[in-house]
Design a protein around this ligand. Structure first.
Ligand SMILES: *[C@@H]1O[C@H](CO)[C@@H](O)[C@H](O)[C@H]1NC(C)=O
Ligand SMILES: *[C@@H]1O[C@H](CO)[C@@H](O)[C@H](O)[C@H]1NC(C)=O
Ligand SMILES: *[C@@H]1O[C@H](CO)[C@@H](O)[C@H](O)[C@H]1NC(C)=O
Ligand SMILES: *[C@@H]1O[C@H](CO)[C@@H](O)[C@H](O)[C@H]1NC(C)=O
Ligand SMILES: *[C@@H]1O[C@H](CO)[C@@H](O)[C@H](O)[C@H]1NC(C)=O
Ligand SMILES: *[C@@H]1O[C@H](CO)[C@@H](O)[C@H](O)[C@H]1NC(C)=O
Ligand SMILES: *[C@@H]1O[C@H](CO)[C@@H](O)[C@H](O)[C@H]1NC(C)=O
Length: 457
């Protein structure tokens, strides 16, 4: 019925504007909020690969398209963000504050408002603090099964039992738990009950951002590094969103600050990510509002983890070298007639682990910097965390032997092939990739980059 309404409304813009606030109309399901594609790092993995909504274990091997039938995968490195998690304690505090405003101070007859005021309860508690949720365990189990279908010769029972699949994780609970879930996905798939598989916690590698003094002092703990973020939060686009929320709740404009707006957005996003429900909180935003809130969050990631400051990406040099030294090792083992000792490397970390690395590699770089004043012209930006960084986001580096000592490297982001920026082939020669990143391979030393008093080169 709602699906029908949506199709109908496409031809009747007036009808849309009268009803969007009262009915949740999504392109294909009333259970899915219309604004899910703007959830930034709080987004569901299924929303970046829509076919997974139908079949969570679906894969399509023909997307890999190696240049010749001879090509065989010889190594896979998978750098994966943890799965769906609870909000942090700070988010929960803000959500509670906003909930109290809506409960005590809002008025109106809309059904969504009555639902919040009479049926919804604040079920988030401080002890949840960012831990993995049940859905987050499934995110990683399902990803493990899909990777075994996508790369059956590498992510195989034989290789797992043979100790050729290595697991490394950030020590954060949600990452360790994600690692256990990934392994459980494989052991359950192959019904392995007689053996357990180790993992190693390594924060130097998976939480390099905490260990990089220069990043910590110049960016992470430095408000002047994120002035653009602050300005956008106080700017005209965001003010308009806040006023619209205040109008929908019939509360004074002064009650809806940026922090409250973000809390409202989180309530919609978390209820969907964790419980798969289209909660009444989502009715506080129309699509234009959601795009503004999405931009505010992208701005923060841009300045704290992305292209905003060089040290953001340079802090990931350690992870960059780790990946390439392993690729080199696999390449030379294969070329010298030995078995590749580490066929698969699974590394589980954070959005904060992946974003700097993707930036270092040059992915999602727009011609203009994201600022507080170019929201409109950045409408089609490629730096969009909603697409790049949902829960369980992953960067896969697949090394192929294509016969005759020809090695190729294919990058995939969230299981979709991508092209290294600056190269044209989606599965370039490994040698060409190394040539392309020559400067990083010869420099980009974590210790040097992260020293506080460093002379500019
Ligand atoms: C699989 O991917 C190929 C290549 O992108 C595409 O042509 C094909 O339609 C896909 N198949 C399915 C079932 O999605
Ligand atoms: C909001 O609700 C609280 C608690 O009921 C009340 O003390 C306060 O006066 C209300 N504020 C406004 C502006 O209505
Ligand atoms: C992983 O997280 C889930 C959900 O929070 C929890 O039930 C489970 O005990 C955790 N597993 C471990 C090993 O910590
Ligand atoms: C899994 O393995 C156990 C022990 O080998 C066996 O008892 C059980 O039937 C197996 N389950 C399935 C689903 O194959
Ligand atoms: C809401 O706004 C009113 C009027 O400006 C103010 O008195 C009240 O303290 C505000 N309440 C909150 C929770 O911000
Ligand atoms: C290198 O890998 C390819 C693909 O798996 C394999 O056919 C070849 O035998 C390997 N080379 C050696 C020397 O093991
Ligand atoms: C963004 O892309 C849409 C669709 O292609 C286009 O209509 C719009 O003009 C573009 N906006 C900007 C600011 O480039």
């Amino acid at each position: 019925m709602l699906t029908f309404l949506w199709k109908f409304t496409v031809f009747h813009p007036l009808f849309i504007s009268c009803c969007l606030l009262n009915y949740v109309i999504s392109e294909d399901s009333p259970d899915i909020p219309a604004i899910t594609k703007y959830f930034n790092t709080k987004g569901r993995y299924e929303e970046v690969n829509l076919y997974l909504r139908e079949d969570i274990l679906a894969v399509n091997r023909s997307i890999l398209q190696p240049p010749s039938a001879q090509c065989r995968e010889i190594h896979l490195t998978a750098i994966i963000r943890h799965g769906t998690r609870y909000p942090t304690t700070k988010n929960i505090k803000d959500m509670l504050h906003f909930y109290n405003i809506v409960r005590h101070n809002a008025s109106g007859e809309e059904s969504w408002l009555r639902e919040i005021q009479t049926h919804w309860t604040m079920w988030y508690t401080d002890d949840m603090d960012g831990r993995l949720v049940r859905k987050g365990q499934d995110d990683l189990k399902h990803l493990a099964v899909r990777l075994s279908k996508l790369f059956p010769s590498l992510v195989s029972e034989e290789k797992l039992r043979g100790g050729l699949i290595k697991f490394t994780t950030s020590s954060k609970h949600r990452c360790v738990n994600s690692t256990l879930s990934f392994k459980a996905g494989l052991t359950e798939l192959w019904n392995i009950t007689d053996k357990e598989f180790d993992h190693a916690a390594n924060d130097a590698l998976m939480r390099f951002f905490d260990k990089c003094t220069r990043f910590v002092l110049e960016v992470d703990n430095n408000p002047s590094a994120v002035v653009e973020v602050e300005k956008f939060q106080q700017g005209p686009e965001m003010r308009r969103v806040q006023e619209k929320i205040a109008d929908r709740l019939r509360v004074p404009y002064s009650n809806i600050t940026y922090v409250m707006t973000e809390a409202a957005f989180y309530l919609c996003a978390y209820e969907f990510a964790i419980k798969a429900v289209n909660s009444p909180w989502c009715q506080l935003f129309d699509e234009e509002d959601a795009k503004v809130v999405e931009y505010a969050s992208d701005l923060r990631e841009f300045w704290k983890r992305g292209y905003g400051h060089d040290i953001n990406s340079r802090s990931s040099c350690i992870l960059f070298h780790d990946a390439f030294s392993r690729l080199d090792k696999a390449a030379s083992e294969n070329q010298s007639g030995k078995q590749v000792t580490e066929a698969v490397t699974v590394q589980i970390g954070h959005a904060d682990t992946l974003l700097p690395l993707l930036t270092l590699l040059g992915f999602f770089k727009d011609s203009d910097v994201l600022t507080s004043t170019n929201y409109a012209t950045q409408a089609n930006r490629s730096f969009r965390t909603s697409h790049m960084m949902p829960y369980a986001a992953n960067l896969l580096l697949v090394l192929y032997d294509c016969g005759g000592a020809e090695l190729r490297l294919q990058p995939l982001l969230n299981e979709k092939p991508v092209t290294f920026p600056g190269l044209t082939d989606s599965m370039p020669l490994y040698q060409d990739v190394k040539e392309h990143y020559k400067e990083l391979l010869e420099g980009c030393d974590f210790e040097t980059e992260c020293e506080l008093f460093r002379n500019p080169a």
